[in-house]
Design a protein around this ligand. Sequence first.
Ligand SMILES: NC(=O)c1ccc[n+]([C@@H]2O[C@H](COP(=O)([O-])OP(=O)(O)OC[C@H]3O[C@@H](n4cnc5c(N)ncnc54)[C@H](OP(=O)(O)O)[C@@H]3O)[C@@H](O)[C@H]2O)c1
Length: 308
Amino acid sequence: MTLGETFTLANGVTIPKLGLGTWRIDDGDVARIVRKAAEIGYRHVDTAQAYGNERGVGEGLRASGISRTNFFVTTKLAAEVKTYGETKKRIEGSLRSLGLDYIDLMLIHSPQPWAEFREGGHFFEENLEAWRALEEAYSAGKIRAIGVSNFEREDLDNLLNNGSVAPMVNQVLTHIGNTPFDLIDYSRSKGMLVEAYSPVAHGAALADANLAALADKHGVSVAQLCIRYCLQLGLVPLPKTSNTAHLRDNAALDFTISDMDMATLKGVKNTVDYGEAAAFPVFGKKRKSAVESAQDFLFTTDRMKGMN
Ligand SMILES: NC(=O)c1ccc[n+]([C@@H]2O[C@H](COP(=O)([O-])OP(=O)(O)OC[C@H]3O[C@@H](n4cnc5c(N)ncnc54)[C@H](OP(=O)(O)O)[C@@H]3O)[C@@H](O)[C@H]2O)c1
């Protein structure tokens, strides 16, 4: 049932409530997974320039045989791109890689380039430049909705006060134990729909004994509990999976978490150990020394094409 449900963005565009995350799925594998997801009923896919798999996502959508207009495709402008000219080129690049005539939603991936994530700089002028290029592509009908990701209040204010089009979406790290309630409320008060990335805590929630006990009580899996939690908060969860059984599991959400259990889950404090993923900026500490950041950056760029 959830797969057929939608939210409506500020500009009237509808967006399926549940999306498929594709970070860390190789370009060579993602077409098969997107096609399988489409067969199960998914109509919403989240990718990014940084994931290096836009080509495969587009291939999977076409291979599904389902009409383009039935899908909602999100991509993200690489966090390092902060000029008007380069943003224009990158929008065209995404359209080409995806093999699509239009993108449903395009987000600025992060207010800071990853190497400087949450180091204190806000890149206000630079984000306005990128935003202007996104606004133009939106006006030209190349993108149906535009938004941001990982934006904090002051980053949102910058676009709201100085841009022409208000962001329609803020995609943020949200899962049980790490839910930015103030930012969610603020984004909503400014008309944005909030998307929850890493709703299963990048997999770390699966090892939590308390969540396992609560999931058992409902007769569901921990992943289902995590995804349902986001939906009941009115968020768009974007769980990633490469596994067909998990694709089905993550969309079988026909149960309700009671108000009392929701209150308990909202109160859980972040005790999540992201493991090796803690090396990625979005799962790292808020403030780091320059040396640590440089080490992370080297580790990250060495290991991965792009980020989150
Ligand atoms: N905007 C940003 O900066 C940003 C950052 C991070 C992520 N994202 C987006 O959010 C998406 C999701 O986040 P994420 O990839 O970090 O992690 P996630 O969705 O929270 O968790 C994914 C992990 O959970 C496992 N999993 C999923 N469903 C499962 C199930 N039913 N049973 C058991 N295990 C299950 C997956 O393994 P299997 O594949 O084996 O199922 C994978 O290891 C990303 O793919 C990306 O699209 C955006």
